[in-house]
Design a protein around this ligand. Structure first.
Ligand SMILES: [Fe+2]
Ligand SMILES: [Fe+2]
Length: 277
């Protein structure tokens, strides 16, 4: 008897639960909630600005192939992926609106950067390209998720704010292989996924830094020595974003890469146990 391999390589026994959670963040969003540090706070707020439109793009990119995927396990995971990303999009939209109302930022302008990026991608790239871009972003968010669940950056922040980022991180980690398995199943190749990650990384960093600078300028904190020093440290020093992410980021360029090569399910278990407690 021939055994047909499943297109899904997510570990057996995992279930993509769609957790419908709402967070109360107004008090935190009115101030520099991350270590009382304007740069770090603005950077994470800028990250939130990318999610509503970004997550909708990921959903659309994967949904495009819903009839082509035949493996029932992967199909079920796709539904979980749509549900989880939909919730993230909703909660970050609420976050962004509250932030902009409280601090006088222009939400349209900041979210517009992601909208433009998505529009450009949809105009210039094929559906396979969109899916490849989604796989690349999911790789970056999975690294972010691993770091956050390991206590990176957010261990001292208010519990509601920490809960939001950890919830998002945990679900990113749970569904990290879905878009990738669809990509492989529909015949996506190594060259395109490698190229799209490079392209996306440049756009994404530009988007984050442009919005970070906008918020700091609006708060009249951009050209302060303390802000510049913190920004440099946050980006380039030991424990900062670029050094923390580099090694994991580069694993994507291995032709045999798969998101579950790094089996970090123990982080999910710890997060679930902490929530239950
Ligand atoms: Fe997400
Ligand atoms: Fe995701």
């Amino acid at each position: 008897m021939t055994v047909i391999a499943s297109a899904s390589r997510m570990p057996e026994g995992m279930n993509l639960e769609v957790r419908n959670i709402r967070f109360e963040l107004s008090e935190q969003l009115s101030k520099d909630w991350l270590d009382n540090d304007p740069f770090k706070t603005a950077f994470f707020n800028a990250l939130s600005m990318t999610f509503p439109d970004g997550e909708r793009f990921f959903i659309d990119s994967v949904r495009h192939y819903k009839d082509e995927v035949k493996d029932p396990k992967l199909k079920k995971e796709m539904s979980g992926f749509f549900g989880q990303e939909g919730m993230h999009s909703r909660e970050h939209l609420t976050y962004n609106k509250a932030l902009c109302d409280l601090r006088g930022y222009n939400q349209e302008k900041m979210e517009g950067r992601t909208k433009n990026m998505v529009r450009l991608g949809q105009k210039k790239m094929s559906p396979v390209g969109h899916l490849a871009a989604t796989c690349g972003v999911e790789h970056i968010t999975a690294i972010f998720a691993d770091k956050v669940l390991n206590g990176w950056m957010l261990s001292e922040v208010d519990s509601q704010m920490r809960s939001l980022w950890k919830w998002h991180a945990a679900e990113e980690l749970e569904h990290k292989s879905v878009a990738f398995d669809v990509y492989i199943d529909i015949g996506g190749n190594y060259k395109v996924r490698k190229l799209t990650l490079r392209m996306f990384t440049i756009h994404f960093l530009w988007n984050l830094l442009a919005n970070t600078a906008y918020m700091l300028r609006k708060d009249k904190k951009l050209w302060k020595w303390s802000t510049l020093k913190s920004g440099f440290k946050f980006l380039f020093a030991k424990g900062g974003v670029l050094r923390e992410f580099r090694a994991d980021y580069l694993t994507y360029f291995d032709p045999d890469f798969h998101p579950w090569d790094d089996d970090n399910r123990h982080l999910l278990e710890s997060w679930k146990a902490a929530r239950a407690a």
